[in-house]
Design a protein. Structure first.
Length: 179
């Protein structure tokens, strides 16, 4: 079974990397940021400050904590090295699962549920983020598939949490503490 997975990873990785050209390089270098922690932190802060969207802010914050802890623990447990990196220098960590794919898919689940009408767009960006990690040479297909599944699970778990009552409680605490 592991030989088949390695063969799948190798074939798909080689195919995606074989698509290399300057236009795709620029496109995927941009798209890959959708999965970064920094993107989601700034996006959550934007939603909180601009739209006063406390529920999305809290959901994204919880998603980032759960997703990044989950991805880190799995990376350390499996200790699967990253590919060498075609465009980006590889981060000094293991590759399985992809943290960018985890963040992109968890964020897509949460944002699509809380903001109607953007579901196709956020899922397209999540898929493009996962593909970008392989295209840029910093993950294998199995890394991004595992990260995507982890992200989907975390997104659905966060949506099961009582975000409305938590944001109401946090708002009440904030107003009481900082009057």
């Amino acid at each position: 079974m592991f030989e088949q997975l390695a063969a799948f990873d190798s074939a798909v990785y080689s195919y995606i990397n074989g698509l290399a050209n300057p236009a795709l390089d620029m496109f995927f270098l941009s798209v890959t940021n959708y999965g970064s922690i920094f993107f989601w932190v700034f996006f959550a802060l934007f939603l909180l400050i601009k739209n006063r969207d406390k529920k999305s802010f809290l959901g994204i914050a919880i998603m980032l904590v759960l997703g990044n802890i989950g991805a880190f623990v799995l990376k350390e447990f499996f200790a699967i090295p990253r590919p060498t990196g075609r465009i980006l220098a590889c981060e000094p960590s293991y590759g399985f699962p992809s943290g960018h794919a985890t963040n992109a898919f968890a964020g897509a689940v949460i944002f699509a549920k809380l903001h109607k009408g953007v579901d196709i767009l956020v899922y397209v960006f999540a898929v493009l983020t996962a593909v970008s990690r392989v295209y840029l040479g910093v993950h294998t297909p199995s890394d991004v598939i595992a990260g995507s599944l982890l992200g989907l699970a975390i997104g659905f778990i966060v949506l099961k949490m009582p975000l409305d009552s938590w944001t109401a409680g946090l708002t009440k605490w904030y107003r009481k503490s900082f009057k």
